[in-house]
Structures are given as structure tokens and as C-alpha cells.
Ligand binder design. Structure first.
Ligand code: 26W
Length: 825
């Protein structure tokens, strides 16, 4: 790297005039449009290019610094990065909002409109993908030299629409309008082998004769942190064919055959798998996982070797984080590269691999734990299967030496599969091949030790730790909630943006009535905005005075959207029974996508919409209860709903939600939580105080005990007339007169196999909701509690979580929180 670093960024913006000139320059010379007839899309592209310029100098300086100081690098490998839009976030991170607003105004363009025309980068399903995006923001903010590595899907998570209340899916082709943030790196190409066989070479070394090679092409997106001082790289891989066309077939007129291998290759980065809880075990999924993992490992080894001759130094200079098991093949791919490509011995390679890798688990749901059949794994990755077997032997030897009378069958990486054939357990491989395996909340880490990873925990004590999730305060308060962010800046300054625990300074204002009024007014602005959107998109008129009761997350039975809508039915019946009572007006807002193949989740979406149709059109009810299912939940919609929320629904069956992160975002924006003691709800409750949250329901221990003892929901239903009336109504077609039996499957599940304990927690949930009504009626007290929620969740910053990873797992230094407070002065 040459030393010459520009003193002042070439394209430094010091005024709105500078910004205006640069935007027009980009529009004309990069977008190639005449300002006179440029459309909104063009202006958005020009603005993105102009703002991106502000990143490039800092990006290069950050890269040079990492090389110059030989800093330890962090590599975050994830199949998903749920980024959303980047423009507003980057403008705020660089402190350019004022200049941009004025520049656009002088060009007769509307800032908000331009922001809305940037497509969401929906390269993820839900929690895991969004966490990865928040962590990128924090690693840049903390100036950790880090790379995110993932796949550049051409189609992100599907677009959801509702047809008569049923979910429908359309492809999400976010790239059609161009992704102006990225830089294509045509010189960065890696060969990714697949299939074939392994042969013994004359020198006894193993050689993989692959049947197919696909190319991985790099695309880089700069990731700025708060104040834009440090810029990291998100490198996404696109699949390219080794040969674009098979000329021989083409010349024979077999055009499709001629394109076949090219199509096969490009399919790898075509689309994101829309499942977020079920391991489909599909061939293409395994190819996607190996594709990006191998390209990433080859790339980071090239970077390491560019200024470190000795690979034994790798663990001192590189930390690789596996975001769940999806990149777990990294354990054997790193071994393969070290042994087969760099001639290292197996034991040394294994030791280096473990000291370099660490694994995060995000779910204990059995159906989500990836397990590849031996046939498929061996066919696609024959050399890796050999290495998996070798590691399994070492592992079982270690286990035997631990003399812990453990069931070796349960410990094996390659299990004998009770009757459904041998398989490679990727959770076991990731665990054994790493020096740390972390859960994403305290309860989750505990459950990892007590359930799925119990035996492994016995063999490798201390390897499991908990690092509770966090969210970036830049996007999830400063950027998405201007009314509240401005009020906070006026009241306690802006240190909290760079150091969220500084938001604690708000606590004394909880008892300040005048401040309370302003806090309430800020919430009101966001509620009015959302009410307007609901009216415009759903044609449903809602009152901003009502309590905005929000459940926004992927549709899944363990998240119990069903419990929520059943409470709505009970409440509906109660209001109809006593229409003159002074009911607390409530708007129930649902949003969330169901995996396309998850029929029960899709049926619950339909139930919510059928109940909404009945309730919203019932004259007896009026404004006392309204229900809205807002379609196509994504990052940008979350940024509009969260600031407007009064009540945050976190009601999962205890022991099933690893952490949750929406719970943190909603509490930070002054919503009060109603929830079970599950995931991070436990830690949120501890920090906000039991009076400022509504906890209900069975605990994880109680659920486990009920499972052992056997739980019969019929007894509960018979004993609870309200519950019974709700289930009977749903089952008899009260909400689906055109198809009375439509929800039979739901009623059967509740009656004969209530695996998610909906019936068991129903009564407690109803009571808690009535207490919420009580609380909401006392506006002063509700606002005081809401302020305390905002003031007391600073610890749930992604910056704190990344500091924990840096200290406990990666062994890299980070600047103290105070460094950001000072910068704010
Ligand atoms: C193999 C298919 C598949 C794909 C994605 C299985 C599982 C996943 C993810 C692990 C599911 C996920 O997003 N888990 C969520 O991760 C969040 C971030 O840690 C947690 O806050 C949520 O509790 C957890 O459900």
C-alpha cells in the first residue's frame, strides 16, 4: 500500500452548495441524466453516489491503518445481512443531513421522497440477518478492522402481498434499479470446486479432483459507523460460471445445453432461502453455504499471507465468527486449505482452526439445527467428509478421555441417524471446531448447556458463553425516530448515539411532567404518521389516541401470534357484551412474513385478517378495537412502526426465542413490553424494573416440566369458558362464514397438540392485557414508565455486544465508551 494519504478528502463537503454541486455532477456524469428530465430514481442514484464519495477516503484510510498497524482482523461470516436502506443512515453517520436537505431543496427535490426510492437490501430472513447488519454498524463505530462476508443474492427475501387475507409471494429483485453503494471487484475472483472425488497423490497427500468449478466474484459495500471515522467492508460474493457458454453445444444448435452450466453456476447466488427455522437440507443450500464460505476463507488467507509469511500466526491476527451453522463448513474448509493447499500437518491445522474460529448459535429449535445427509455431503464435498471424519475421531477420543460417561452416539458429529441414515450435524461440527460457542441471551446460553449442547459442554467445559444481542442506536432511534431523537438531544445531549448507556441520563426526567408531555407528543407524531400510512395502504381509519399494540416479527407458532389474535377475539366478544363500558381504545398491529412452505403460519395470517375484517367493520366496536395486518414487513417498515408503538408484544413460548431484538428496539423507542420470561425479555425485565414491564406465563422450566409430565390442553379449554368460546368461534366459522371449516387445523392443534402452550398461557395473558389497559388509561404514569424503558435499555446496544465479542471471543481492543461521549461534546 503506498503511503500517500490525502490530507483533506478529495471530495470534501463543507456546505450545501458543495453537496448540490456534487449531486448534479453525479447525476450528469455517473448516472448520465440531464437534470431537466431526471426522475426520482436518478436523483436517488446521484445522491447515493455523492454520499458514497464521502466514504471512500475514510475507507482507504481505515484499510491502510489496519495494514500499517498490523491490527488483528475480524471476519463475520453470515448467509444473511438484512441491511435495509443505507442512504439516511450513512448521511446521519457522516453528519451531512443539513447539507443534503438544503442541497435537494435548492434542486426542487424532496429529501424524504428521495430516501424512500432506495430499495431495501433484504438479504436476510429476520433476527439473524438483522443482527449481522447491526453488528457491521457497531464494528465500524468501534473502529474494529472487520469484514462482513456473505452472498450477493439477486433476489432477496420475497415481497409479501395479501390476496383476500392470504399471503402471496413475489420475487424481490432489488438489483433491477442498480445497487449504487457497491463496487464490483473484477480482479477478485476465486475458484470454488464441487463434487468429484479425492485421490491419493504419490506423496501420500490427498488431492480433490472436483467435478465442477464455479467462480466467486466480489462486490464491496463500504460500511460507515457513527461519525464515519472508520469504514469497513461488506464483501458479498456473486456466482459466475467458469465458462460462460459451451460453444460446442452452441454450434450444434443446442442453445439451452450451451447455457446449462452457466445457469447452474449463477443459480447459486440467485435467491435467498426464505426459511428461517426449518432446515430443508436442499443440495442448492449446501452449495450456497460452501460457495461463500470457501471464497471468504480463500480471500482472508490471501490478505493474511500478503504481509504474514507464517500461517501459524493466523489465530493471533485473524478471528472468524460463524453466524450460526450456515458457514460451519468453514471448520473443514480451513483445514483443507491449510493441509492440502499450504502443506500443513493435520494436528497443527486443527489447532489453528479451533483457535481462529468461533460459533454463534441462534436457535435451539430441533428442526432448525442443520444436519446434512452423508450421501449429499459426501457427493458435494468428498474431501470435507474425510476431514469431518478425522475431526470426529479426535473429538471422540477427547470425549472418552473426559471420562464423563457420556453417550458417544449423542456426541458424534457424524451421527448414525435413528433410522434416517447417517448425517453430519453442523452444530456439533461448529462447536468442536471452535474455541467459543455463544448463545445470544443469558437464558439461551443456559439452555444450550442444559439441552442441545449438554454433552459437548461436559467435554469442553467453559466453551459455551452468553453474549446477549444488541441493536444499533443509530438506525433504531437516531435515524428512525427523529421526534424522540431531537427531544433526547435537546434534553441530555447526543452522547447516547455513540454510547447508548449514556441514555441513562434521561431517568430523572421520568418524573418531570413537562418532559413527559413532550415525550408523549413525540410518540404522537409517529403514531399519526403510521395511522396515515395504515389508512392509505389498508383503507382502515385508526385513531392515534388508541394504544398501538404491536407484534412485528416472522410468523412462527413459537412466537404465538395465535395467542395474540385469540386475545383480540376474547376482547371483541367482551366489548360486544358490554358496549357501554369505558374500554381502552386499542389498535392491534401485526406484520410479518411466513416461510412460503409453512402452511400453519400462513393460516394464522389468514385468521388475523379474517378476525380483523369482522372487528373493523363491526359498528358496535367503533374505535375501541381495530386490527391491522400490514403487508411486506421489512427493515424500512419496522423503522416506521417501532417509533409509533405503545405496547411491544414479546409473547413466545418460554425457552424458544433465543433472544429477540425487536423487543430491544421497541423498548428503546418508549414502548412498554408485555411478554414471557424468554430470551432477552428476562434481561430487559431486570434492567427496566418489574413495575415497567408486564411479564406473564409459564417459565422455561415450567414448560420443560409440563412437556415431561405431558400437557393435555383439553382440560384447560374445558375449564376456561372464555378460551372455549374463542376456540369454538374460530372453529365454527364465525370469522369465516364463507368457509366455516377454514381454521379446523388451528383448532385441532390447540385441542390435541398444543405444543406451544397457547392454551396454558391464555388466561394469564388476558389478565396481563387488562392490566395494560389500566396502565394506559393513566397517561402520566404510562409515560413515566415508557421514559424509564428508554432510559434503562442502553445496555442492549450492539456496541456493548460487540465489545463483549471483542473481549471474550476475538481478543481485539475497542475504544472505551467515554471516547464517544467526549466526541459528542
Ligand atoms: C436452516 C434454516 C434457518 C435459517 C435461519 C434456520 C435458522 C435460522 C436463524 C437462526 C433463525 C433466526 O433468525 N434466529 C433468531 O436470531 C436472532 C438473532 O440472534 C434472535 O434474536 C432470535 O431469537 C432468533 O429466533
Amino acid at each position: 500500500m503506498d503511503a500517500a494519504s490525502p490530507a483533506k478528502p478529495m471530495r470534501h463537503i463543507a456546505s450545501a452548495e458543495d453537496m448540490r454541486r456534487l449531486i448534479v455532477d453525479k447525476l450528469i456524469y455517473s448516472v448520465g441524466k440531464d437534470p431537466q428530465n431526471a426522475v426520482r430514481q436518478d436523483w436517488s442514484a446521484a445522491l447515493i453516489l455523492a454520499v458514497r464519495d464521502q466514504l471512500v477516503d475514510r475507507w482507504m484510510q481505515s484499510t491502510r491503518k489496519a495494514y500499517r498497524e498490523d491490527q488483528k482482523r475480524v471476519y463475520y461470516l453470515s448467509m444473511e445481512f438484512l441491511i435495509g436502506r443505507l442512504l439516511k443512515d450513512t448521511i446521519l453517520n457522516l453528519g451531512l443531513e443539513k447539507h443534503v436537505r438544503e442541497a435537494l431543496a435548492s434542486l426542487g427535490r424532496d429529501y424524504e421522497q428521495i430516501l424512500r426510492s432506495e430499495p431495501d437490501a433484504a438479504l436476510g430472513n429476520g433476527g439473524l440477518g438483522r443482527l449481522a447488519a447491526c453488528f457491521l454498524d457497531s464494528m465500524s463505530t468501534l473502529a474494529i478492522p472487520a469484514h462482513g462476508y456473505g452472498i450477493r443474492y439477486e433476489n432477496g427475501l420475497f415481497r409479501q402481498s395479501l390476496a383476500d387475507g392470504w399471503q402471496t409471494e413475489e420475487p424481490e429483485d432489488w438489483l433491477v434499479t442498480g445497487h449504487n453503494w457497491e463496487f464490483e471487484r473484477p480482479e477478485v475472483i476465486y475458484h470454488i470446486p464441487f463434487g468429484g472425488q479425492v485421490v491419493e497423490r504419490h506423496d501420500g497427500r490427498r488431492h480433490w479432483q472436483a467435478a465442477e468449478v464455479i467462480l466467486a466474484a466480489a462486490y464491496d459495500t463500504p460500511i460507515a459507523g457513527w461519525r464515519g471515522s472508520h469504514v469497513n467492508t461488506l464483501r458479498l460474493w456473486a456466482a459466475r460460471p467458469a465458462t460462460r457458454i459451451d460453444l460446442a453445444s452452441f454450434n450444434r444448435g443446442e442453445y439451452l445445453t450451451a447455457m446449462e452450466s452457466a445457469v447452474r453456476a449463477e443459480t447459486i447466488s440467485r435467491v435467498l432461502y426464505p426459511d428461517d427455522t426449518t432446515d430443508e437440507g436442499k443440495n442448492l443450500r449446501l452449495r450456497q453455504e460452501f460457495f461463500f464460505t470457501s471464497a471468504s476463507l480463500q480471500d482472508l488467507l490471501r490478505r493474511f499471507l500478503s504481509d504474514h509469511p507464517d500461517l501459524r500466526q493466523l489465530p493471533d491476527k485473524v478471528a472468524i465468527q460463524l453466524n450460526d451453522t450456515h458457514p460451519a463448513v468453514a471448520v473443514v474448509e480451513l483445514m483443507r486449505l491449510l493441509v492440502d493447499e499450504h502443506g500443513m500437518g493435520m494436528d497443527e491445522a486443527y489447532d489453528i482452526t479451533r483457535r481462529t474460529l468461533s460459533y454463534t448459535n441462534h436457535t435451539l429449535m430441533p428442526e432448525a439445527l442443520e444436519r446434512w445427509s452423508l450421501t449429499l455431503f459426501g457427493a458435494v464435498l468428498p474431501r470435507h467428509l474425510e476431514l469431518v471424519r478425522w475431526i470426529d475421531e479426535q473429538h471422540l477420543r477427547t470425549a472418552a478421555a473426559a471420562q464423563r460417561s457420556l453417550d458417544l452416539e449423542r456426541l458424534r458429529i457424524v451421527d448414525h441417524g435413528n433410522g434416517n441414515g447417517h448425517g453430519v450435524r453442523m452444530g456439533h461440527l461448529a462447536f468442536v471446531g471452535s474455541h467459543r460457542a455463544n448463545g445470544v441471551s443469558a437464558l439461551h446460553a443456559d439452555l444450550m448447556r442444559r439441552t442441545v449442547f449438554h454433552d459437548l459442554d461436559q467435554v469442553y467445559p467453559g466453551r459455551i458463553i452468553g453474549v446477549t444481542n444488541g441493536v444499533t442506536p443509530r438506525r433504531w432511534l437516531h435515524s428512525c425516530n427523529k421526534p424522540l431523537s431531537d427531544l433526547l438531544e435537546e434534553t441530555i445531549g447526543e452522547a447516547w448515539i455513540g454510547d447508548l448507556e449514556a441514555i441513562k441520563a434521561l431517568e430523572p426526567f421520568a418524573d418531570d411532567a413537562a418532559f413527559g408531555e413532550r415525550f408523549h407528543a413525540a410518540k404522537r407524531i409517529s403514531k399519526e404518521r403510521l395511522a396515515a400510512e395504515i389508512e392509505e395502504r389498508l383503507g382502515l381509519k385508526v385513531s392515534p389516541d388508541a394504544m398501538f399494540d404491536v407484534q412485528i416479527k416472522r410468523m412462527h407458532e413459537y412466537k404465538r401470534q395465535l395467542l395474540n389474535i385469540m386475545e383480540a377475539v376474547a376482547h371483541y366478544f367482551a366489548i360486544r357484551a358490554e358496549p357501554d363500558r369505558d374500554w381502552t381504545p386499542r389498535l392491534k398491529i401485526f406484520a410479518g412474513k411466513a416461510a412460503p412452505g409453512y402452511q400453519m403460519a400462513k393460516l394464522i395470517i389468514k385468521l388475523i385478517n379474517d378476525v380483523a375484517r369482522a372487528v373493523n367493520s363491526d359498528p358496535v366496536i367503533g374505535d375501541r378495537l381495530k386490527i391491522a395486518f400490514i403487508p411486506n414487513y421489512n427493515v424500512s417498515l419496522a423503522e416506521r412502526i417501532i417509533p409509533a408503538a405503545d405496547l411491544s408484544e414479546q409473547i413466545s413460548t418460554a425457552g424458544m426465542e433465543a433472544s429477540g431484538t425487536g423487543n430491544m428496539k421497541l423498548a428503546l423507542n418508549g414502548a412498554i413490553t408485555i411478554g414471557t420470561l424468554d430470551g432477552a425479555n428476562v434481561e430487559i425485565s431486570e434492567r427496566v424494573g418489574a413495575q415497567n414491564i408486564h411479564i406473564f406465563g409459564l417459565t422455561a422450566e415450567e414448560i420443560a416440566a409440563h412437556r415431561l409430565a405431558g400437557f393435555d390442553s383439553r382440560a384447560v379449554i374445558e375449564a376456561d369458558p372464555i378460551l372455549k368460546s374463542v376456540i369454538d368461534a374460530i372453529g365454527s366459522g364465525v370469522f369465516s362464514p364463507e368457509e366455516p371449516g377454514r381454521f379446523r387445523a388451528i383448532v385441532d392443534r390447540l385441542t390435541y397438540d398444543d405444543f406451544f402452550f397457547v392454551t396454558a398461557d391464555f388466561a394469564a395473558y388476558l389478565d396481563a392485557q387488562r392490566q395494560v389497559d389500566e396502565g394506559f388509561n393513566d397517561r402520566r404514569e404510562w409515560t413515566r414508565r415508557a421514559i424509564l424503558n428508554t432510559a434503562r435499555v442502553g445496555w442492549f446496544s450492539a456496541d456493548r455486544a460487540i465489545r463483549d465479542y471483542a473481549r471474550e471471543i476475538w481478543g481485539v481492543d475497542t475504544p472505551p465508551p467515554s471516547a464517544f461521549a467526549e466526541a459528542a461534546e
